[in-house]
Design a protein around this ligand. Structure first.
Ligand SMILES: NC(=O)c1ccc[n+]([C@@H]2O[C@H](COP(=O)([O-])OP(=O)(O)OC[C@H]3O[C@@H](n4cnc5c(N)ncnc54)[C@H](O)[C@@H]3O)[C@@H](O)[C@H]2O)c1
Length: 380
């Protein structure tokens, strides 16, 4: 049988464009004989003049966005542009009959994200948002343990995504610190990941109370000129879930000493889980039903050696005993998306509907921060 040949047109080739291109190029090493073949057919960036020079070191071809969208040989549009540009690219890609992979967050407003989710559903195309952290073996194991009921009823959670990247007031604001381009502040950037993680593992959000913080109101802007920060640098959220669980979520770039620190702590009636992306090889599991006598018996948090044990066919190379790093999540995310495209599976997530749900939660969080009141989310 002929394998589907998937040609990808990439819009945006900064940090994430490179991460996605790396993932596509390395899929055969991690997954062996793929059920599809995939290649980046062309990349576009904001500057047609610089695109070729940016793409060349990676053996990629540059083209302009309109040409990529119009090319019938391109099956998939991979949106890796700053957030403000996601929606138009997605509308154009779906109108041109392409499948779409879009970096997080899906949209700028909840209404825009809902519109994109509706367009995706009507198109029947495979459309996913890149919530790559779902694809660490340890996070996949956490999901299995929760689905097996090993935590019982989830009672509470504490989750955070911490960076130190806004701690230096002398550092100029980039587009992620500019709400006009980012759509929000750190809540949009890191918060979208950690909110997705809590929703994926624990369930739907029903209400939120939020508080935003700007640590340094005055810094240089993107043009080097004095700039008044217009986007949160830290965001603190209390969240209520439909399962009855309550918890806190923090997204912060004001966390001195933090590198790329996404972690969660989930407590249920039968067990508990802890994970930190700074030590992504391990999932910590507490089984309340383990023997507690004598002197503590064998009860206590166990470090499960998830390491490189990705589910088949992704767990053979490198050796399953080898440690994992940040790029493994992107490789797993890319494999899952392309495999779904090759099978015509538009249902499994993270779908655009998931992305729209995250946008709705973030919008409610900002409304709460502005009003000082708890905001109840509309049922979705
Ligand atoms: N999933 C993750 O781990 C992760 C991490 C960082 C960023 N992101 C997301 O990825 C996206 C891109 O972020 P980044 O860090 O790569 O940004 P970046 O600034 O490094 O790169 C952005 C790229 O987009 C290009 N660009 C800008 N405007 C464009 C336009 N209108 N049309 C075409 N290209 C355009 C730029 O030239 C550049 O190549 C954002 O949505 C961001 O939220 C995801």
């Amino acid at each position: 049988m002929n394998k589907p040949r998937l040609n990808i047109g990439m819009l945006g080739f900064g940090a994430m464009g490179k991460a996605h291109a790396y993932a596509v190029a390395n899929l055969p090493y991690f997954y062996g004989d793929l059920p599809f073949s995939a290649r980046i057919a062309a990349v576009a960036t904001s500057s047609a003049e610089r695109a070729a020079a940016k793409a060349a070191p990676y053996g990629l071809t540059a083209a302009d966005e309109a040409a990529i969208l119009a090319d019938p040989a391109i099956d998939i549009i991979d949106v890796c542009t700053p957030n403000r540009f996601h929606a138009d690219a997605i509308r154009a890609a779906l109108a041109a009959g392409k499948h779409v992979l879009c970096e997080k967050p899906l949209g700028i407003t909840a209404a825009e994200a809902a519109e994109l989710a509706a367009l995706a559903k009507a198109s029947g195309k495979v459309c996913r948002v890149v919530f790559n952290n779902r694809f660490f073996p340890a996070v996949m194991r956490a999901k299995q343990l929760i689905d097996e009921g090993r935590l019982g009823r989830i009672l509470s959670f504490h989750a955070a995504y911490l960076h130190n990247s806004c701690c230096d007031p002398a550092k100029p604001a980039g587009w992620k610190q500019n709400a006009d381009i980012c759509g929000g502040g750190v809540l949009f950037d890191l918060g979208s990941h950690v909110i997705d993680m809590v929703r994926y593992l624990c369930g739907e959000f029903t209400a939120v109370s939020g508080m935003a913080q700007i640590g340094f109101a005055d810094r240089a802007g993107m043009d080097g000129q004095p700039w008044k920060t217009n986007a949160d640098e830290a965001f603190y959220l209390m969240a209520e879930l439909s399962c009855g669980a309550r918890g806190t979520i923090v997204a912060s770039k004001l966390s001195l000493g933090a590198s790329d620190d996404l972690h969660f702590d989930i407590r249920g009636t039968r067990g508990a889980l802890r994970f930190s992306m700074m030590e992504p090889s391990w999932l910590e599991y507490y089984d309340a039903e383990a023997e507690g006598e004598p002197i503590g018996g064998v009860r206590g948090f166990t470090r499960i050696e998830c390491v490189g044990r990705a589910p088949a066919p992704g767990g053979n190379f490198p050796s399953p005993k080898a440690s994992v790093g940040w790029l493994r999540g992107h490789i797993g995310s890319m494999y899952a998306f392309l495999d779904a495209v090759s099978r015509g599976d538009a249902e499994s997530g993270p779908t655009f509907a998931d992305g729209a749900a995250i946008n709705a939660i973030m919008e409610a969080a900002y409304a709460s921060a502005q009003s000082g009141h708890r905001v109840v989310l509309e049922e979705n």
